[in-house]
Design a protein around this ligand. Structure first.
Ligand SMILES: NC(=O)c1ccc[n+]([C@@H]2O[C@H](COP(=O)([O-])OP(=O)(O)OC[C@H]3O[C@@H](n4cnc5c(N)ncnc54)[C@H](OP(=O)(O)O)[C@@H]3O)[C@@H](O)[C@H]2O)c1
Length: 443
């Protein structure tokens, strides 16, 4: 759907609606005002205008120094403003708060909720500090407040805990929630860099801000753990009750000792319920090398939840970045729209699917077990060549009997159908002791 379509939809609707009677739903799209046109805000606007132009109408973009923000890919009907009052006094149904920080963003969120506008935010500090109070305000005014993007960026962990695991009793949450710390610690481990060198590199690569103390000293992860704990345990945890310890003290020698113990060191956020006590904190910790917490590299995030009945569930993916975070914001927006009966199904694929095929193109591994004699590789190579399949490598381990000799040929990518024809011909050869095993190699 083009943005022109969105434009028509909005203009018609402005004529027939007023803020008092406007209830979006089956008959009109949901009107959305965007506050904050930075990394996440711009990604959200792109998704809304390209993928959801039929369901949502972007009415306002609010930002400071708005003249410097204007772009030509935003539909012409959108009002650009540097005054939040314009958003408050508009007929927008939902405000997306993507400015960040406690103030004035907190003030704007509460004013929007107070006039009955629903709010979607990615602001972890605001929700960690004022979430319960703002939720109450939303309820009192018949509005929604959603903040799925505030924890672990694009990973739907809050929705997963709240809806998907609602039937369980969550006992424990462990996670890697800060990409900057994870990048620094994995880099120290990989290249034996010192903490300061790894930090400098993270800053040069754009994985850490010039002042990265919020990340390094655990305050960013603490805000996310506070929100996660509320969601997982249904407990009203205050952010200051959660302790945070810095990763600054970790040295190379600690990583070496950890390695000797079969472990590595990561910034771990954890919360555990034990009777009437909730243990919650963020700190560097040793974790076994085989654990999912150790295997998350760079700026990835992971959350492992343990439930009384369902056991462990792992949520992992991209914990930051404009596009992944924007996906979480738009998903929250879709949820709000569905509550109002708007047909907010995810649009189907651009090209309608006419066929379902198993004919993947991949590299292949073929294991043979043969009664050895000269010329076996040559005859296999001839058949692969006939089907224009390139051999990548031939692998054979010593120590097997010649009468039942295993070896492997790996092949460059080809279609499953071509591979199947070549293998049908190969199976007819008379040197096999067992039929060859053909497996795709997924990269
Ligand atoms: N980026 C991520 O990967 C990520 C991931 C998860 C959650 N989040 C959260 O998403 C929110 C937005 O983050 P972001 O990365 O998009 O930040 P950003 O790139 O700095 O964008 C913030 C936008 O808000 C504007 N702004 C800031 N203060 C303002 C004020 N007082 N009045 C009007 N406009 C103001 C900024 O304008 P200027 O350009 O003029 O500064 C900028 O356009 C934050 O709550 C953040 O914690 C971000």
């Amino acid at each position: 759907m083009s943005s022109d379509h969105a434009l028509r939809f909005c203009q018609e609707d402005i004529v027939v609606s007023s803020p008092e009677v406007a209830q979006f739903g089956a008959n009109r799209p949901c009107k959305v005002a965007l506050a904050g046109f930075g990394t996440v805000g711009q990604s959200v606007a792109r998704i809304l205008c390209s993928r959801f132009a039929q369901q949502f109408c972007l009415t306002h973009v609010f930002n400071r120094r708005i003249e410097q923000k204007k772009t030509d890919w935003v539909p012409n009907h959108v009002h650009w403003t540097d005054r939040f009052e314009h958003v408050l006094n508009s007929d927008a149904d939902v405000v997306l708060e993507l400015v960040g920080g406690l103030d004035p963003a907190g003030e704007w969120v509460s004013r929007a909720l107070a006039v009955g506008k629903s709010v979607v935010t990615a602001n972890k500090q605001l929700i960690a500090r004022r979430g319960p109070e703002l939720m109450q305000l939303a309820r009192e005014n018949g509005a929604h407040l959603l903040y799925g993007a505030s924890v672990a960026g694009g990973i739907p962990v809050l929705q997963g805990l709240q809806d998907g695991l609602a039937g369980d009793r969550i006992l424990k949450i462990r996670g890697i929630l800060n990409g900057t710390c994870n990048y620094i610690l994995t880099e120290m481990e990989r290249s034996q860099a010192t903490f300061s060198d790894a930090l400098e590199q993270a800053q040069a690569m754009g994985f850490a801000e010039a002042d990265a103390s919020d990340d390094i000293d655990g305050f960013d992860a603490r805000a996310k753990l506070t929100i996660l704990s509320r969601t997982a345990f249904g407990i009203n945890v205050a952010i200051d009750q959660v302790f945070a310890r810095s990763i600054r003290e970790v040295e190379q020698v600690d990583l070496s000792h950890a390695h000797d113990l079969g472990c590595t060191i990561r910034q771990i956020s954890r919360a555990e319920l034990d009777g009437e006590t909730l243990y919650a904190g963020v700190q560097p910790a040793l974790v076994p090398e085989a654990s999912p917490l150790a295997r998350v590299s760079g700026s990835q995030n992971v959350v492992v939840s343990t439930g009384e009945f369902g056991g462990e569930t792992i949520f992992s993916g991209r914990g930051a970045g404009g596009d992944p975070t924007a996906v979480a914001v738009v998903s929250d927006l879709l949820w709000i729209a569905r509550q109002n009966g708007l047909n907010a199904e995810t649009p189907s694929a651009k090209t309608p699917v006419k066929d379902v095929s198993g004919d993947f193109t991949t590299a292949h591994y073929v294991r043979f077990r043969v009664n050895d004699r000269p010329g076996i590789i040559a005859s296999l190579a001839n058949i692969f060549a006939k089907y224009t399949i390139n051999i990548d490598a031939v692998l054979q381990r010593p120590g097997y009997s010649k009468s039942s000799l295993p070896f492997v040929i790996t092949l460059e990518p080809c279609s499953a159908a071509t591979m199947s024809e070549a293998m049908a011909e190969i199976r007819q050869l008379d040197f096999h002791v067992h039929p060859p095993l053909d497996l795709p190699i997924l990269t």
